[in-house]
Design a protein around this ligand. Structure first.
Ligand code: PAF
Length: 281
């Protein structure tokens, strides 16, 4: 599989495609798993050409060690993509290729979406995500781009980004892929021991219980119920549990008729931070 490392090389390839081609784009940071493969498969169904980027974006990390420790498995990633289809174009640029010699992010205002949940715990994270995607969208020029609902806040922010930057790309949200136990697939799961991996399924189980109780309990009662369940679990340390409006991502205090709600969790298993969420309505 040919991997393009420069914008010039990638553009040359893309510019040779027939004018009628539609490019589907799956941006990733590598360490690919079946969740990514499912995004790629959806993109392959809906487009004549699919580009997957593999780029560990320095500006979205608020912690240098985390950035350094992020798994880089380009060969395994390329072979997983090769097995999926021989028609995928891989773009794996260097930081200099994307940022030149100024590795900084732009300051965005995503209408407050950036200040909720993940935004409170990972300073500057969404500015970094917005900045790199703005660069990548302009390089790849996709008709559609695919994002997993596991990072639901990111998905809503990307929808806001393309409006702010007036980018002609359709953002497609794809359902969370789960392991048999219910654990949401994530590159970070590879860092869990077998026991941690088994115990982490508790996150999905708690979300499921909250969903089952959604119609007959108040939002504060449901929140207390989830927090209490985590308190009793010695394997996971809860960072936050929130029930929020799916569009504004603002914490919901009481239910409003026909409004879309979702429950969101961030919890640590040892040093590994896991996030998950579930639609409640
Ligand atoms: O979700 C991710 O892997 C990253 O945040 C993304 C969208 C590839 C931007 O670096």
């Amino acid at each position: 599989m040919k991997i393009y490392h420069t914008t010039q090389g990638l553009r040359k390839k893309l510019d040779q495609l027939p004018a009628t081609s539609s490019i589907g784009f799956v941006p990733t940071m590598g360490a690919l798993h079946q969740g990514h493969v499912s995004l790629v498969k959806t993109a392959l169904k809906e487009n004549s050409q699919v580009v997957v980027s593999i780029f560990v974006n320095p500006t979205q990390f608020d912690n240098a060690t985390d950035l350094q420790k992020y798994p880089r498995t380009i060969e395994e990633d390329a072979s997983l993509l090769e097995k999926t289809s021989s028609h995928i174009i891989v773009f794996a640029p260097t930081p200099a290729e994307i940022y030149g010699n100024n590795i900084v992010s732009k300051a965005y205002n995503f209408d407050g979406l950036e200040n909720e949940m993940e935004g409170k715990h990972r300073e500057g994270h969404f500015d970094g995500v917005g900045t790199v995607l703005n660069h990548l969208f302009r390089i790849v020029t996709p008709a559609k781009a695919y994002f997993g609902e596991k990072d639901f806040q990111q998905l809503q922010i990307v929808r806001s980004l393309v409006k702010i930057e007036k980018l002609p790309v359709q953002i497609v949200g794809c359902p969370i892929l789960r392991e048999k136990s219910g654990l949401a697939m994530s590159s970070r799961n590879a860092r869990l021991t077998n026991v941690q991996r088994r115990e982490a399924a508790f996150i999905f189980k708690t979300l499921t219980t909250i969903k089952e109780n959604f119609n007959h309990k108040s939002i504060p009662a449901l929140t207390r119920m989830a927090e209490e369940a985590f308190r009793k679990n010695p394997h996971l340390r809860l960072e936050y549990f929130e029930i929020a409006h799916a569009n504004t991502l603002k914490t919901a205090k009481r239910k409003q008729k026909n409004a879309p709600y979702r429950a969101f969790v961030a919890a640590f298993s040892g040093e590994v931070r896991l996030i998950d969420n579930m639609a409640l309505t």
